[in-house]
Design a protein around this ligand. Sequence first.
Ligand code: PNS
Length: 164
Amino acid sequence: MPSHFTRVTFPGSFDPITNGHLDLIERGARIFDEVVVSVLRNPDKDPLFSLAERLEIIKEVTRGHSNVSVDTFDGLLVEHARRVGANTILRGIRAISDYEYELQMALMNRRLAPEVETVFMMPAQRYTFVSSRLVKEVFLLGGAIEDLVPAIVLDRLRSKIPVP
Ligand code: PNS
């Protein structure tokens, strides 16, 4: 019997959320019943934005979508998916280069939790080169990132880091 209600988790570090992430969340919200944006609490690298800041920003930029919520997780993603009742993991694939890592994660997650499916979606073509890492790097070096992140992210970056 197919399950008719699909809650997906859209996991990531979101340090910070980009327009590419947002594009994926909006696409997901159109085809799934509920999207839980799941923010990894302790990414390996020292995050630029604190967990509280990342949550606040994501809540703000997804405010218009009644079927999008925000949560945090630590430990195994599949355990988080089970905890929030998500039967699907949503991940974005920008280029072929993303595929290898994503396939590895998807198959490992399937091994850990066979009932949880991973679904890949493509962002709009204009965001296929956008990543949180590059956005931060370009901003720190004084480059323009206006169209790549929500306005609130740009404001927060500007107040956090004086640009050269
Ligand atoms: O923003 P990112 O770096 O693309 O997100 C990666 C993330 C958070 C989805 C991934 O690192 C993850 O799921 N971490 C949780 C730990 C885990 O479950 N690891 C095994 C995955 S195969």
